[in-house]
Write a protein that binds this ligand. Structure first.
Ligand SMILES: Nc1c(NC[C@H](O)[C@H](O)[C@H](O)CO)[nH]c(=O)[nH]c1=O
Ligand SMILES: CC(=O)[C@@H](O)COP(=O)(O)O
Length: 158
């Protein structure tokens, strides 16, 4: 289903569990940093808005989205970490480079979540154009960082 039809920014917070004692890791790619900073701020603000404490949110940068998997593992391996949110922006180039990154990250962070049995959220914006990426970072399609944080909270209540 396309983002235009389904948007996790429209959520029912009444169903959320108490996250005041939960610890969150944010792993943020420095590629397309102007955009990933907005995703990160959206995720951080959403966690705070719903009760997380700032001192329980650990933000770490990785060079590019390909490194999100290992960054997620570095955080998820700690028992006290409750959920990890991976944020990046991959924009199609001239080659299939973007395909390799996106598939690797999708599979990699899936494995990290399964290995450590905790939510590891796929907040990777994968677009054909820069404009489509901005549309998903506070533009007409909401903020995928907000949605990633919502997904983490929802999975903690599973
Ligand atoms: N092209 C994009 C990249 N490329 C960099 C890789 O993610 C990686 O850092 C490099 O191959 C070294 O391992 N990263 C993005 O986040 N977005 C892109 O569009
Ligand atoms: C090399 C990269 O990380 C990325 O920009 C891919 O771009 P392209 O497919 O045009 O080489």
């Amino acid at each position: 289903m396309a983002t235009s039809l389904q948007n996790l920014s429209d959520y029912d917070a009444a169903t959320f569990i108490d996250i005041s004692g939960k610890r969150f890791g944010l792993v943020v790619s420095e590629w397309n940093r102007e955009i990933t900073d907005i995703l990160s701020a959206g995720a951080f603000d959403t966690l705070i808005k719903h009760g997380a404490k700032a001192e329980n949110i650990y933000r770490n940068s990785v060079p590019g989205s390909f490194e999100l998997t290992l960054g997620a593992q570095f955080l998820a391996q700690h028992d006290e970490m409750d959920a990890v949110i991976c944020l990046g922006v991959v924009i199609q180039g001239e080659t299939k480079h973007d395909d390799y990154i996106c598939h690797a990250v999708a599979q990699g962070i899936t494995q990290v979540g399964l290995k450590f049995n905790k939510p590891v959220i796929f907040g990777l914006v994968t677009t054909n154009t820069l404009e489509q990426a901005w549309d998903r970072a506070g533009g007409k399609h909401g903020n995928k960082g907000v949605e990633a944080a919502v997904a983490a909270i929802q999975m903690l209540g599973f």
